[in-house]
Design a protein around this ligand. Structure first.
Ligand SMILES: NC(=O)c1ccc[n+]([C@@H]2O[C@H](COP(=O)([O-])OP(=O)(O)OC[C@H]3O[C@@H](n4cnc5c(N)ncnc54)[C@H](O)[C@@H]3O)[C@@H](O)[C@H]2O)c1
Length: 257
């Protein structure tokens, strides 16, 4: 378990571009589904379609892993699952602490998908004394006063912040001081962290705002085309608005801080 403050993921030191790292979980999700169906091999085109990624980009991404597939056969599904899991550091257990066990923190604690992906919810922490000792998802909530001890006792290197925004920076500082080097921030605030600490933020309202922008644009284009009648030279409305959002496109669902 790497818990040092200056720990950097091996992927970066091995020179894999950040955009490729962001697509690896998409490949892994598609490959895991194939593996569950006992599919032995997959072509780059099939896998690219399943992951929602362009196939040339997929082949380039896999070349960073040293994985080139076999002509006419494709990629070995099980081996790729192993390779990508290893590259992402998922072949080891990552104890995670969630801080702020309200609506969102409790929902995340109850989400079964983390454990199957190598993330074990090791501790739940909240500042509300009334919550101390109360089990959520079978794990007793611990008081925030004991944060340092909880982090070190559980070897936590990934902290999830689901507190109100006003508390997030202070919680972040305490997590970092306790040795946490990666933070997933759900609070709608920008966190400052020292070098060597990685922060990712998730904001569903930003994603919804981007969808609202596209909805508005589609509605405007439809109104304009209704006003002017059909124009054979105009591109189809769908084609103009179907830009992909995600690690293959321009707006990842989980953003660097
Ligand atoms: N990223 C997203 O898409 C998304 C979606 C929903 C909510 N949120 C954000 O997630 C956060 C939590 O939302 P919620 O609805 O669960 O709120 P909530 O009020 O239900 O829960 C917040 C919890 O944090 C605890 N808390 C407050 N200060 C603390 C501190 N210093 N240390 C430890 N615990 C502390 C509170 O006791 C409470 O239990 C908010 O910042 C909200 O804006 C983000």
């Amino acid at each position: 378990m790497a818990t040092g403050r200056n720990h950097r993921p091996a992927t970066r030191s091995r020179g894999i571009p950040e955009a490729t790292v962001a697509r690896l979980p998409l490949y892994l999700r598609a490959l895991t589904a194939l593996s569950e169906r006992s599919v032995p091999t997959v072509s780059s085109e099939e896998l690219a379609a399943a992951a929602g990624v362009n196939s040339a980009k997929l082949r380039k991404d896999f070349s960073y892993l040293g994985s080139y597939g076999t002509r006419g056969v494709g990629y070995d599904v099980e081996y790729l699952v192993y390779q990508i899991s290893r590259e992402l550091g998922l072949t080891q257990d990552w104890p995670v602490a969630i801080v702020g066990i309200g609506n969102l923190g409790a929902a995340l604690a109850n989400y079964g998908g983390f454990a199957s992906r190598g993330f074990r919810v090791a501790a739940l922490i909240d500042a509300d004394p009334a919550m101390a000792g109360t089990p959520v998802a079978g794990i007793p909530v611990q008081h925030a006063d004991d944060l340092d001890r909880i982090i070190s006792e559980n070897g936590v290197s990934i902290g999830v912040i689901t507190t109100p925004p006003g508390a997030a920076q202070q919680v972040c500082d305490r997590l970092v001081a306790a040795g946490v080097t990666s933070i997933l921030n759900f609070a709608p605030t920008v966190l400052s962290v020292p070098d060597g600490v990685d922060v990712r933020k998730v904001d569903l309202s930003i994603e919804l705002q981007i969808l609202a922008f596209h909805e508005q644009r589609k509605a405007g284009e439809e109104a304009a085309s209704a006003d002017s009648g059909p124009d054979p030279a105009a591109p189809p409305v769908r084609a103009a608005t179907s830009s992909r959002k995600g690690p293959d496109g321009d707006m990842p669902a989980v953003m660097p801080a």
